[in-house]
Design a protein around this ligand. Structure first.
Ligand code: DGL
Length: 291
């Protein structure tokens, strides 16, 4: 711990730990993980983010989980090589494939990795009043059973009702979050969850925070929506504070870096929908650096 001089007394007083100024790595199959990056920026404005969007190989939702697992290992390795202090797997499908015991078991990494499933599950288990929790996500996430297993570990006597909603990703990426077709699609997907009487719904996909209006309308305002993006940002905040690794006091507010494996221009255009003007203010780099 460094000492500094207190101007008033002239005595040397301890200075708070300087923390860890290294960036946080965030990755996703594409632009959707920017909802998580955005939640992180809101809670942790002094943290720099290195974001990797695997737009050349996404979406991950329809892919088999072993392939997604390999991609995840490559990308986390690349982010670790960028000297990140922590990596956030913003993608639910990647989290299900590589960080949860539901598949071949969680992978080991050289850098701490936070996934999006556990933070959302912890909140949902606390939020439910009737013990009936809904989960919506990609086909890969739902088929993995990762949420079901995580809920079973955390909350006794809680029933999980899962529903894959593959069309939501495509609709959100088209900028369609309010039109009548979106409402019809949502009513079809969510009908079984409404019928099951869930009182809490986990938004288990990067794109779903943009559909909160439609989801509230179809599920009814009595149903608590749990966003894995926001819950994960809170988990990262707590984790960094616990480890004395916040980058507080660092002048890094504009220092984010966005890297895409596909065309930078389309990442920037689509990404602006998820992140707002903060993305258009920076360049998107193209990288083959996914492994
Ligand atoms: N990022 C993915 C997820 O959260 C959704 C898009 C995709 O299918 O890759 O599961």
């Amino acid at each position: 711990m460094t000492a500094m001089t207190d101007d008033r007394s002239g005595l040397a007083t301890p200075r708070p730990p300087t923390g860890d100024p290294r960036p946080i790595g965030v990755f996703d199959s594409g632009v959707g993980g920017l909802t998580v990056a955005r939640a992180l920026m809101d809670l942790l404005p002094d943290e720099r983010i290195v974001y990797f969007g695997d737009t050349a190989r996404g979406p991950y939702g329809p892919r088999d989980l072993d392939t997604v697992r390999e991609f995840t290992a490559e990308i986390v390795g690349w982010l670790a090589a960028q000297d990140t202090k922590l990596v956030v797997a913003a993608c639910n499908t990647a989290t299900a494939a590589a960080l949860e015991p539901s598949t071949s078991g969680p992978l080991n990494f050289d850098v701490p990795v936070v996934g999006v499933i556990r933070p959302a599950v912890d909140t949902a288990v606390r939020a439910t009043r009737n013990g009936r929790v809904g989960v919506i996500g990609t086909v890969g996430t739902v088929q993995s059973g990762a949420y079901d297993l995580a809920v079973a570990e955390v909350g006794e006597d809680i029933k999980v009702f899962s529903q894959a909603c593959p069309r939501f990703v495509e609709l959100v990426e088209q900028g369609r979050t309010t039109d009548p077709e979106v409402l019809d699609v949502a009513a079809d997907y969510l009908g079984p969850l409404v019928a099951a009487g869930v009182d809490t719904l986990i938004l288990g996909c990067t794109h779903y925070p943009l559909l909160t209006g439609v989801l509230t309308y179809v599920m009814g305002s009595g149903v608590v929506l749990v966003s894995s993006a926001e819950e994960t940002a809170r988990r990262v905040f707590v984790d960094l504070v616990d480890r004395g690794a916040l980058a507080h006091g660092e002048p890094v507010r504009a220092g984010h870096r966005f890297v895409a494996s596909g065309a930078p221009a389309s990442f920037a255009q689509l990404g602006a929908r998820f992140l707002g003007p903060r993305l258009t203010a920076v360049d998107v780099e193209r990288s083959g650096g996914r492994g």
